[in-house]
Design a protein around this ligand. Structure first.
Ligand SMILES: Nc1ncnc2c1ncn2[C@@H]1O[C@H](COP(=O)(O)OP(=O)(O)OP(=O)(O)O)[C@@H](O)[C@H]1O
Ligand SMILES: [Mg+2]
Length: 263
């Protein structure tokens, strides 16, 4: 593995089930993610994106191939995950939910409290520390899920469609918040989304997956430096890249074969 490679994925395949019920989710996936790089991944529904994320998080094993994650020796959990269905605990308050991210870290109580406070503040949740999820809007709940992942201060952040359930305005707001948060405090991020605009706004690279079985069919460098802001959306380069990504994805999403018949 290269010195500045943080995550190395080599020839990874994943098959679920057996016999006639077998599903090949991933086939021969190769991908390298460098240290402190923000990589966005797009691809049709069911192509194995969440599967790949869980394999990187070591929550699931690949059927073939190798995933290597470079970590600093003392780290308890190299990665933190924000899941697609952002499960936060309804019976725990906001601050208890965020504190939960630090369980099993063995940190001194004082540091736990300081970090929880810090990340509640960064996500605009301080006033809601003692509220319960049922008392919060969808956007606030999603901020709790993000705070719970960020509080770990892990070297790698894995985010699976974190904004998918939000309305368009709230989504833009949280995208901009994540953009500035990340620019303040770099991490290695893999961010899965169906939204091409979101992928270009946030990512250093956008990786395109094929339909199932998923493999990498495109890898685009986003031509905007850092720090950047949401104003880049208005540029011609942004629109051109979005169009290019869509053209590559289109066939995969529609599932049409070259003759035009639905698969
Ligand atoms: N635990 C499982 N057991 C059996 N099949 C599974 C399991 N998890 C996922 N699959 C199947 O593997 C394929 C890939 O699923 P996965 O959730 O990784 O896709 P995805 O790209 O994240 O989709 P989406 O964009 O809809 O979230 C799907 O066909 C899914 O039905
Ligand atoms: Mg998924």
């Amino acid at each position: 593995m290269d010195v500045d490679t943080r995550i190395s994925i080599r020839d990874v395949g994943k098959i679920y089930g057996a016999g006639r019920k077998q599903v090949e989710a991933l086939k021969s996936v190769d991908l390298d993610i460098r240290d402190n790089e923000f990589v966005c991944m797009v691809g049709p529904s069911g192509c194995g994106k969440s599967t790949l994320l869980r394999i990187i998080a070591d929550l699931q094993r690949p059927s073939s191939g190798v995933v290597e994650v470079a970590t600093t020796a003392h780290v308890v959990r190299p990665s933190a995950v924000v899941f697609q269905d952002y499960s936060i605990f309804p019976w725990k308050s906001v601050s208890e939910n965020v504190r939960f991210g630090l369980i099993a870290q063995g940190l001194p109580k004082r540091e736990v409290e300081d970090r929880v406070k810090l990340w509640l503040a960064k996500l605009g949740l301080s006033a809601f520390a003692d509220s319960y999820p049922s008392q919060l809007s969808g956007g606030m709940r999603q901020r709790v899920a993000i705070a719970r992942a960020m509080v770990v201060e892990s070297e790698i952040l894995l985010m699976d469609e974190p904004f998918a359930a939000l309305d368009a305005q709230l989504r833009r707001l949280l995208q901009e918040e994540l953009l500035s948060l990340w620019q303040d405090m770099r991490r290695t991020v893999l961010f899965i989304t169906h939204n091409l605009d979101e992928a270009i706004l946030l990512g250093d690279r956008v990786v395109v997956m094929s339909g199932r079985p998923g493999r990498v069919i495109g890898d685009y460098t986003v031509p905007f430096g850092r720090p950047r802001d949401a104003g880049i959306r208005g540029s011609g380069e942004f629109a051109a890249l979005e169009q290019e990504l869509w053209e590559q994805l289109r066939h995969e999403v529609t599932g049409e074969d070259p003759k035009g018949a639905a698969a």
